[in-house]
Design a protein around this ligand. Sequence first.
Ligand SMILES: O=c1ccn([C@@H]2O[C@H](COP(=O)(O)OP(=O)(O)O[C@H]3O[C@H](CO)[C@@H](O)[C@H](O)[C@H]3O)[C@@H](O)[C@H]2O)c(=O)[nH]1
Ligand SMILES: [Mn+2]
Length: 444
Amino acid sequence: MEREMSTSVSLFKTYGAKGRTLYKLYAGFMLLCILSILFYRLTHIPLEHYSLTFAWISLFASELWFSFYWILTQSVRWNPIYHQTFKERLLQRHGNELPMVDIFICTADPVAEPPSLVMSTVLSMMAYDYPKEKLSVYLSDDAGSELTFYALCEACKFAKHWIPFCNKFDVEPRSPNAFFFKACHFSSSDLSISKEWSQMKDMYEKMINRIDFVVTKGNVPQELKKHQGFYKWTSNMTSNNHDAIIQILVDGNGEISVDIEKNLLPRVIYMAREKRPQHHHNFKAGSMNALLRVSSKISNGPIILNVDCDMYSNNSQSIKEALCFFLDEEKGHETGFVQYPQYFDNISKNDLYDNSLNVLNKIDLLGLESWGGTAYMGTGCFHRREALQGRKYSKDYIEDWKKDITSVENATVLEEKVKHLASCTFEHNTLWGKEVSLITPILF
Ligand SMILES: O=c1ccn([C@@H]2O[C@H](COP(=O)(O)OP(=O)(O)O[C@H]3O[C@H](CO)[C@@H](O)[C@H](O)[C@H]3O)[C@@H](O)[C@H]2O)c(=O)[nH]1
Ligand SMILES: [Mn+2]
């Protein structure tokens, strides 16, 4: 009875996959077959000819290896676990005091990772169905490229139209590139909807053309440098030798921070950490470290979402879903991260290399849950800031979700103040470098 009551108020429910008994029967049968084959191999070794014996033993060795592999994989197939979230309960209980969420997007090269596509990732994050004053989007640009900065300025202008459009038409997914690609045959009997839809598509395509033009040219022409922040790019700057650049593009103040319907936009911050050839930059892990430090002085959101620049969000509710785990009164403290699976677009018809990741996403990751937690995949993961910053698990820990800061300082002053946090030597000989730093490129 007590158990039932506690699950009825929980923000999420956990349940096992259907058909497990059937699977277990099948697995038992398979095991029997495998053992019979192994038994047969061992008891019928042909000894009459050397080459025959060798072939037989080789087969036996590969079957033994396959059996070992098969037994290991049963650990992630045995008991797949699903979760169901209750967003309405989350909103009922925490609707007015939802935590601040900081989103980190990492990009590293404007040629290999075209800024026009990166901006679709940025826009899908900005358009999350979540209170915009609680959302900060950080773009880390490891190339330190003015092309990416230009693209981000364009994306912020476009967001003023895109976000109200998403809200009005319940757009999914909220990456404009994915949306217009998937809905390319959109038609509506309502002429005004059709008109609005094609106007938005047109506006998006014009933005993409402007960005692609600049990227093809390789620099931003003087007349397009409308944002005052361009002065930070000097002629002697290269992608691996430059000062840190922090630009708060949308800071919650003034005309720049509201959309065409006068609703607030999320904060948008551009960061290019300092790079020097003599210091190792540690790839994505290095940029995550700098993002952690810089964001802690700008918004300090207790929840962090990290995405690679080529991974848009395909569900505008993802933040709320993830929060159901973190904010659950009974079990929330047991959750350090919430990982969403990765899916790829443009998979070839036969999918020879299994890019759809069906076994991983639909079975293995769920199977790992029965061992206490799924695998960390890098992108599409929500973290507790405290966990990333070194707090150890404690049964009695209660997180204060209101520790974020909304800095009232002028954006330019704040940019200069936090610049040293993105320096390439910050981690050298400091406690932060020793105890917190995420120099784990394998993970990030
Ligand atoms: O110096 C670098 C190098 C890479 N990146 C970014 O890191 C992300 C991942 O790098 P990528 O080369 O695209 O790695 P993938 O193999 O595509 O990504 C997988 O492997 C990564 C490293 O383990 C994980 O972070 C990802 O989530 C996972 O999808 C991208 O957004 C890059 O822009 C940087 O920010 N700085
Ligand atoms: Mn990648």
